[in-house]
Design a protein around this ligand. Sequence first.
Ligand SMILES: [Zn+2]
Length: 608
Amino acid sequence: MPENILIAIAWPYANAEIHVGNITGSHLPGDIVARYHRLKGNKVLMVSGTDSHGTPVTLAADKEGKPVEEVYKKYHDGFLDLFEGWGITYDLFTTTHTENHFKVSQAMFLALKENGFLFTQKSLQWYSPSSKRFLPDRYVEGTCYICGFEGARSDQCDNCGNVLEPERLINPRSKEGGALELRETEHFYLDLSKLEPDVKKFLQERADHMREPVLGESLGKIEAEGLKPRPITRDLDWGVPIPIEGWTEAGKRIYVWFEAVIGYLSAPIEWSQLQSSSLTGEAVSKGSEAWREWWVNPEAKQFHFIGKDNIFFHTSLWPAQLMGAGAKFLEIFAEDQKPLTLPYDVPANQFMNLEGKKISGSRGWAVWGRDALTRYDPDALRYYLTVNMPEMKDSDWDWSEFVARNNNELVATWGNLANRVLSFAYKHWEGHVPDVDLNALRDIDRNLLAVIENGFKAVGAELEAVHLRAALGEAMKLATAVNQYLDQTAPWSAIKKDRDDAAKTIYTALKAIDSLKILFAPFLPFTSERLHGFFGYETPLFGEQYTEDVTDSLGTHKVLKYRVGQVGNLSHWKPSELKPGQKLNQPGPLFKKLEESVVEEERARLGK
Ligand SMILES: [Zn+2]
């Protein structure tokens, strides 16, 4: 039975471009796991979108002197372009600024309210008399009253990670300039303290498969501080309207932390609606309900790919929202009464640094995703980011290591192996796989194929557990085993003495490479697809990405989608059944060797 796998990836803020740290932190690991499950024939839905609301976006718009909508769309379009280039295969990458997301977020808000988890409370907030408005969180900076950090936001300190009470901030100053005064304002709060026992139970039930740093941090924080009520509205005129009369009119919106995570639910719903718009008759209503296979299905597995700065939102706050809403959400949204599925795993990554320093966009200390693609192939970048993925601790992008690993591992161990054997077969067997008698294969041939066949279990088990470095390491070990086999059998010289012997070797090596192509495919999808073509197969390994314009009452937004196409629900995750005599296509090199000079050129670009 195919499994339903939801790959939910952190929603990037529309206020900066995406760098390699963001890619290895969430988008790439999510894509690798999605591609693996698709190859296995599972039903995968991979979603995310641009976080278009919130003060990071309004501040960026103020800074650029442009309307917020224009600024969010500029970054959003750049994200779509980047994901296509890197092969990050979202079934839907959308935005939070859609009519659908508004509706779903409002239904969630109302469900929590009806279930008694919301209350209103008055508090003090910084107000700007000159611009006649409240200034939320990032608009006011000051010194943290807990750790003394001077650049703390009024609602949160990025240095010690604590939520702050705005009125206690030391030396508050407005980002807009001008005077500040404290005024009373009223907001809705989510009563997380009531949900604390459920959240603890939720985490403890996942202790067998959640990463230790993720579980440790989440439970530790609850033990130390408890879950406290948190405001879910604020004084801002850009964002999701509050579904209670009078509140939106008073210049308040739903708080971005509360609604952005709801995107994991609203995006599948939008995806279903878009699927059904291409259907006719009865299939339409069935199509628009397709999201339920991942969301109203206790068997479905939901994976959240995020960076470590977002752990608490995904392991504690989002599950609390879901558990608090319970069956009420569906009752409000779809006149049905079933609880929503809870996350299965939150394989959060730690951070990637760059040449020993923290990545910083504002200081130009970054490798930008789109820029890197103008000089390097996506699989070379994906390879380095996977072998160096910060799964359990912070890692570092080092240009000399990038060049070394590309040349010594990707090119020398894997690329040359595939190219050398395919070219040899193409030349000496007139563009065909040697037509050998399979019963005549020698022990050494059978042993190699058995080792490769076992790789599907070993690599698959690591991928299921989201141990991506280990999974790729296993696949690379198998490529080394094929190289050793060729050293022992030496078909390049054997062909001059015993063509039959060389044919057995080349057939065996080709079959091993045909299998390795699948084992590498989740990590290196572009080159595995090319290699698949060299072998003469007609059905591709993967579908295609494309963009589409979607219009609703808020306007038009562009989305990135994934079309399964010819692949259908074919399962490719199995050892090769390569036929002797199969026609090959003209092979070529898969990867490029990089010059040592790249290291200095790239280092010179940093910090500018
Ligand atoms: Zn602090």
